[in-house]
Ligand binder design. Structure first.
Ligand code: GRF
Length: 202
């Protein structure tokens, strides 16, 4: 499968995919054909370049409207003809053009146990709420925010001494493994989505 990965930050989830694919994309079942971002100057883009992978950047403020940005992001992604698009810390909500084109083959990873704590501050919100366990969720993206059909989740304990950074780091250790496992299975075994249920490789 051809993957396009979208990033906005450090790109450690991207790096986990790069490391898992290594020099055996056939074995993994997928290769990353491009990495897209919504901003320049992030480590995620450096990681792609270090791996010799083409990159593209679509910055919201470079476009007159959000819809035009969405169209640009859709076109830039479509140019690489991906089978699957992976949002790995991509911090923008895509619009209707992107979903029309990639809905059903666009997955996101979120650092909380959805439907708890959706949005851009899932780790902070879980910590503030005082939950004893949190975790991460890999799901298909739909037209809501972090509301699409869930593929897999991983549980992470919250410790009394945790601050947001420490907890997020512990979540990311689980999240990176979960994302690699899910993307590999989707790519190798195929899948179908029935309502809110995802059947992988059946
Ligand atoms: C991940 O925890 C992702 O779920 C969240 O932001 C983090 C991105 O980390 N949205 P990285 O850029 O993959 O290191």
């Amino acid at each position: 499968a051809r993957l396009v990965v979208l990033v906005s930050g450090s790109g450690t989830n991207l790096q986990a995919l790069l490391d898992a694919i290594g020099d055996d994309p056939e074995g993994f079942g997928a290769r990353i054909v491009a990495v897209g971002a919504d901003r320049n100057g992030i480590a995620g883009l450096e990681r792609a370049r270090a791996a010799g992978i083409p990159t593209f950047v679509c910055t919201v403020k470079d476009h007159a409207t959000r819809e035009e940005w969405d169209r640009a992001l859709t076109g830039a992604t479509a140019a690489y003809e991906p089978d699957l698009v992976v949002s790995a810390g991509f911090m923008k909500i895509v619009g209707k053009d992107f979903l029309a084109r990639f809905g059903g083959r666009f997955v996101n990873t979120h650092p909380a146990l959805l439907p708890s704590f959706p949005g851009a501050h899932g780790v902070r919100d879980a910590l503030a709420y005082g939950v004893k366990v949190t975790g991460c969720t890999v799901h298909f993206v739909d037209d809501g925010v972090d509301t699409g059909p869930i593929i897999a989740q991983g549980v992470v304990e919250v410790r009394n001494e945790d601050d947001e950074a420490a907890l997020h780091e512990r979540i990311k250790e689980v999240e990176r493994q979960l994302l690699v496992e899910v993307v590999g299975r989707l790519a190798r075994n195929g899948y179908r989505i029935e309502g809110r249920k995802v059947h992988v490789g059946e």
